[in-house]
Ligand binder design. Structure first.
Ligand SMILES: C[S@@+](CC[C@H](N)C(=O)[O-])C[C@H]1O[C@@H](n2cnc3c(N)ncnc32)[C@H](O)[C@@H]1O
Length: 247
């Protein structure tokens, strides 16, 4: 960054009331790209970043790290695609319950049941295809915290503690309109998609949280393998998520 640009931005940030927000953004963008060139700030002025209700939810259930804010917000958008469909909802990989809360909140005035699956012992053992980023036991959350976070929807949710896919037998007779798969590794992603794909109603949506991350190569491989000969396309989005809509 040229020195003159730096001074101009600092002047705007501290002395020009009108331009200070934008100057802060540009300054942050320049500093971040110097420190970590692969990081891209995306565009200035996104309206969803001003959504107070969403960020109240986010800070309450996720906290002050905003790394998954775009993915959580995208869940709320996608849920509108299925809100007229029959069928229940499910989440594979619940952690503290933030995404399950969004799903339950969306359907709180319907008769849909949300089915939530988690070992509450963290990740199972990664395979070679999963690379080296994750270890067994990472992302361990407690069932008590998830239950506390989801308490207001306790009549609309079934939580199944245990390893995927063993716990899926609890819902073998159900149909689904929305399934969120967020288990980071090849095997549980494969098992979840294998189980839920045939149970989706037409128009139902399966969302994978981990598809577009170099840290989760196994999740991408599982989705690619299972969808290879299917009629539906995998829609890969810049947040790192991917989804399919059942035909
Ligand atoms: C990234 S976290 C889920 C985050 C959550 N979806 C959210 O939006 O906050 C991954 C979760 O998957 C669970 N998990 C991973 N592999 C599993 C398996 N084989 N069986 C059950 N749960 C598993 C972990 O215990 C962990 O809570």
């Amino acid at each position: 960054m040229k020195l003159i640009t730096l001074f101009r931005l600092l002047y705007k940030k501290f002395f020009s009331k009108q331009e200070s927000k934008y100057a802060s953004f540009v300054l942050g963008e320049k500093i971040a790209s110097l420190w970590y060139p692969k990081f891209t700030f995306s565009e200035y002025g996104k309206i969803w970043l001003e959504n107070k209700d969403f960020f109240d939810f986010y800070e309450k259930y996720v906290g002050k790290s905003y790394r998954s804010a775009d993915r959580k917000f995208f869940i709320t958008s996608l849920l509108s695609l299925v809100d007229e469909l029959p069928g229940d909802t499910a989440e594979c990989g619940v952690f503290n319950g933030a995404s399950s809360w969004l799903i339950c909140n969306k359907f709180k005035n319907t008769d849909k049941v949300h089915h939530a699956f988690d070992s509450f012992e963290g990740l199972s053992s990664p395979l070679e295809i999963d690379g080296v980023y994750w270890q067994a036991g990472d992302l361990k959350a407690t069932e008590d915290i998830a239950k506390r976070n989801l308490a207001e929807y306790k009549d609309k949710i079934e939580i199944y503690k245990g390893w995927i896919p063993e716990t899926f037998n609890n819902v073998s007779s159900k149909k689904f309109c929305f399934v969120h798969i967020d288990v980071d590794l090849y095997q549980p992603t494969f098992d979840s998609l294998c189980f839920f794909y045939p149970k989706m109603v037409t128009g139902g949506l399966i969302l994978c949280d981990d598809y577009g991350f170099t840290t989760c190569p196994g999740a991408k491989k599982a989705f690619d393998e299972l969808m290879e000969n299917k009629a539906e396309k995998i829609i890969n989005v810049p947040s790192g998520q991917a989804f399919v809509i059942k035909k």
